[in-house]
Ligand binder design. Structure first.
Ligand SMILES: [Zn+2]
Length: 256
């Protein structure tokens, strides 16, 4: 701002500075004049175009009244058509409203943008299927006059058996009680799980296991007719309950 002021520039020896405003003024005048000339030319062009489009009408004047009427219609049409290029000077008027309206959608669009929900790593479920994909060959309940105290899950021998929930291994081995190689896991909430007839045991007594951890492999040890996992849930040691509703309540459907 100070550099453009000629009053302050009087103290400076630079004489070229005062001339600068004059030069810019002259340049501005030239721009204005040339712009005016262009506008005038443009108007002239429009006038020429309009008169040119009216020309077909005079050519049909010598014909009869009907032809004249048709010619008038054509001329009217041609005038309307030729007048359409002039309308752009009117059309800019609606655009300000369109511009003023445009901020509203952008504002709503911005308001619609919700903050992205934080991606949480899926936590390991507290309870899992001890042998996923296995076929249920026998449910909990009376069978041949005695209580079948667990669920039989069948897959080929050697299929990994998973801890149904986190806990501590309290028994691991063959106690010669018909269960064969079996594992007990105490889950610390009054419940234990029991995995029987294993071909091989993969944990030891006192070991802490996580939900889904492999504790052994399916087999046919003990009193069995074929390889399967005999899975029990104990509400207190040797108080077997139906595993199906218990596991279902913990999000695992064993199918019984
Ligand atoms: Zn069984």
């Amino acid at each position: 701002m100070q550099e453009d002021s000629p009053v302050q520039n009087e103290n400076t020896p630079d004489t070229a500075l005062p001339q600068r405003p004059q030069r810019t003024a002259r340049r501005n005048r030239l721009i204005v004049l040339s712009a005016a000339a262009l506008v005038a030319l443009g108007l002239g062009g429009v006038a020429v175009a309009t008169s040119g489009s009216d020309r077909p009408a005079p050519a049909t004047v010598s014909l009869d009244a009907q032809a004249r009427a048709e010619a008038a219609n054509r001329a009217d049409r041609s005038v309307r058509e030729s007048s359409t290029p002039v309308t752009p000077s009117v059309s800019p008027t609606p655009s300000p409203t369109a511009v003023s309206a445009s901020p509203t959608p952008t504002k709503t669009a911005a308001a619609k943008v919700k903050p992205k929900p934080k991606k949480t790593t899926k936590p390991t479920p507290a309870w899992v299927d001890p042998m996923p994909g296995a076929a249920v060959t026998s449910c909990y309940g009376q069978r041949w006059g005695t209580l079948h105290a667990g669920i039989d899950l069948a897959l080929p021998s050697g299929t990994p058996i998973h801890a149904a929930a986190a806990g501590t291994v309290t028994q691991a081995g063959d106690a010669s009680d018909g269960y064969g190689n079996s594992v007990f896991i105490d889950h610390g909430n009054g419940y234990l799980t029991h995995y029987a007839h294993q071909s091989r045991i993969a944990v030891t007594v006192g070991q802490k296991v996580k939900a889904g951890q492999v504790i052994g492999y399916e087999g046919a040890t003990g009193d069995v007719t074929g390889p399967h996992l005999h899975f029990e849930v104990h509400q207190g040691m040797w108080n077997q309950i139906d595993p199906a509703p218990f596991m279902r309540a913990h999000g695992v459907d064993l199918g019984c």
